[in-house]
Design a protein around this ligand. Structure first.
Ligand SMILES: Nc1ncnc2c1ncn2[C@@H]1O[C@H](COP(=O)(O)OP(=O)(O)OP(=O)(O)O)[C@@H](O)[C@H]1O
Ligand SMILES: [Mg+2]
Length: 246
């Protein structure tokens, strides 16, 4: 399997917040040497406690944060992000059609007809009828909004999606539908997905492989069944026990 992404020895630090103007600010290392790969068509889970650096790693992969050192090598051109909160990540004053067409307007020379055709196709692939093209996000449910976010993320034909807690703001039945959609998209479009989640059960349903992160390091990584049945690291065991899986 070819790799769609390689992350090599990535370090990221942030300046500590200053409590008074006299405080000296130290640098805090948040990613302490991350190595990982994602293969073509693979869904990889990234789990770990709040603050361990998952979203920071996602931002490094998307080029939104420049690492202090290390390398991110992409095997595809347009990695895309799906966020946790479908309420705040869509412009409320625009129609779904406008939102979907915008990346094509900004980054391609596709004409109006082609843009509409693609917006319609992606919306359907995300499981929404084309009648929603004329709706605004405020007229949609949370699950429908997340579908619009997913359709939007597909407009530039990405090969890699990074989904940062994409279902944790949704209720359980809607969660299951969105997970099924991601799984179908992986299969139909051959996408690779980095799936970031606190929920080890959800990760088990969706992912082929899992990486366990703690304190800025990946402490364990492997095929999902292998890691869940036979965790090697004490911290992985703790997470599995806390989730009631073992
Ligand atoms: N721009 C920033 N400036 C300073 N510190 C930051 C910045 N972004 C993140 N941090 C710190 O880096 C650490 C890792 O944050 P990050 O958002 O990557 O965690 P996370 O694993 O995604 O957590 P969660 O599961 O809660 O989303 C945290 O301690 C956070 O406070
Ligand atoms: Mg996060």
């Amino acid at each position: 399997m070819a790799n769609i992404l390689e992350v090599k020895d990535v370090h990221v630090s942030f300046l500590e917040e200053r409590r008074t103007i006299f405080d000296k600010r130290n640098r805090i290392e948040v990613l302490k040497g991350i190595n990982m790969t994602i293969g073509e068509g693979e869904i990889v889970g990234l789990v770990g406690e709040s603050g361990c650096g998952k979203s920071t790693l996602a931002k490094v992969i998307l080029g939104l944060i420049k690492p202090d050192s290390g390398e991110v090598i992409h095997g595809s051109v347009h990695p895309q992000m799906i966020f946790q909160d479908p309420y705040s990540s869509l412009n409320p004053s625009k129609t779904v059609r406008f939102i979907l067409e915008e990346p094509l307007k900004n980054m391609t020379d596709a004409g109006p007809e082609e843009r509409l055709k693609k917006a319609t196709e992606r919306l359907k692939q995300a499981g929404l009828d084309e009648k929603y093209l004329t709706h605004k996000p405020s007229e949609l449910s949370g699950g429908q909004r997340q579908r619009v976010c997913i359709a939007e993320s597909l407009m530039m034909d990405p090969k890699l999606l990074i989904a940062d807690e994409p279902v944790s703001a949704l209720d359980v039945t809607i969660q299951a539908q969105i997970l099924k959609l991601l799984d179908d998209l992986q299969e139909n479009l051959g996408l690779s997905i980095l799936f970031i989640s606190h929920d080890l059960r959800v990760v088990y349903q969706l992912c082929d492989r899992v990486m366990v992160m703690r304190g800025g390091l990946i402490v364990e990584e492997g095929e999902i069944d292998e890691v869940y049945r036979n965790p090697k690291h004490e911290y992985t065991k703790q997470l599995l026990i806390a989730s009631g899986i073992i």
